[in-house]
Write a protein that binds this ligand. Sequence first.
Ligand SMILES: [Fe+2]
Ligand SMILES: [Fe+2]
Length: 453
Amino acid sequence: MDNRIEDAFKELIFTLQMAKLYGSDHVKFDASVDKAYAQLENTLDNRNELIIGIVGEELAFEKEIFFELSNAIKPIIIYLKARGIEKITFFSGLQREELKKFIVFLAGPKEAVIREPQEYMDSLGVKNIRVGKIGFSKDPQSKKPDLSVETAKAIEQLSLYDNSLKDSTQAIADVLGDKEVDYDKLKNSLGNVTDGLLLHYSDLLKLATVKRYDINTFVHSLNVCILSMYFSYKLGFCKEDVLQIGIASIFHDIGKLYISRNILTKPSRLTDEEFVKIKSHAPLGAEILLKYTDKLGLLPVVIAFEHHLRYNMSGYPKLDIPYRQHEASMIVSICDVYDALSQRRSYKNDYPPNMIYDIMINDRGSVFEPALLDRFFKAMGVWPIGTIVRLSDNRVAIVREENENEIFLPKVEVLDLEGADRLLLDLSTVRDSVKIGRYLNPLNEGKDYLKFV
Ligand SMILES: [Fe+2]
Ligand SMILES: [Fe+2]
């Protein structure tokens, strides 16, 4: 990612805040316009134009979506959208006065602008900034397409994911609030995900990977849902069953929402008493979901109750009778642990995918049903699609496709930083000469390559 673009946008937002706070006559506002202008000029130095788009509630630049920045500036995004602005283009002849007029226009009350934003900008004599809605066709003023087809595709997937997240969050909130669950809406929303899975499962998994960095129960629930649906689809379940497993898996941790956050997020060792509380989320969740069997069926109850039982029954809740986990619970258990381990990736505590594989394989036959775990890694590979890696010959590559029978040797796209030299390489065909060396964390070492994912 070109950090200058992100910095330029940060300066613009700061200037807008200054204008709102101090007014456009204030010296502090003028100083911030100077800074933002200098930053933009610097960014436009080697390009004719700079296009920034707002898609859904995310900020996008060409093929990239700035997830981290978007979260921090959500109010600004909503503010711009309320003014009919989804896209801002800065051209290389940009003058300082034009930028100032633009910011003053943005800072003003939206009711004051009765015309289309672009018309208003024209009337102010601003020629080197264009604003408007996003279209995926060519802008007559621009030599480039608005946003790339890939971005459009990613956005479509992203909104699918966001809608499912919204609907599943609502469904969880309804159960917690003792309200009716809108089963049809939830089913429809996840139905879109299953359709998406069959068509673009790799895009959705990539999104699940990116979104993993927002750590909360809802995102975890949706990640587990997507993984469980993908896995059961790969196992050959029919669409209706895939959907049932997906719906049920969304609620697997619902009991956790009744446990204090302080315990759930406690960084130090849990006391025995606290651990008992954590363990209670399984039967508690089942008890809550029992009230919804008419709408949701029994599977959510079963999965909530059984998802920590383990294959050898050494998990919880403790049962005194001979018992065996339902196959759907075994599927969700695997996806649950996989997502939880993936979420531990952070600057300090890096869990590369091959380490997650080692940890889970170590529990093959004890925690996890062995054949099912093998099938899971056949479907996911050791290095999931979208993973950034350094090859043994020092080149950087992105995993593009799994080889089901060679889980360590996927098909990768080898690239350089400019993206000029992109080459597809099936590692199973070059096994003795090139292999995956190590994982590059997209939050630090792999940051510059994230745009190619
Ligand atoms: Fe759980
Ligand atoms: Fe979980």
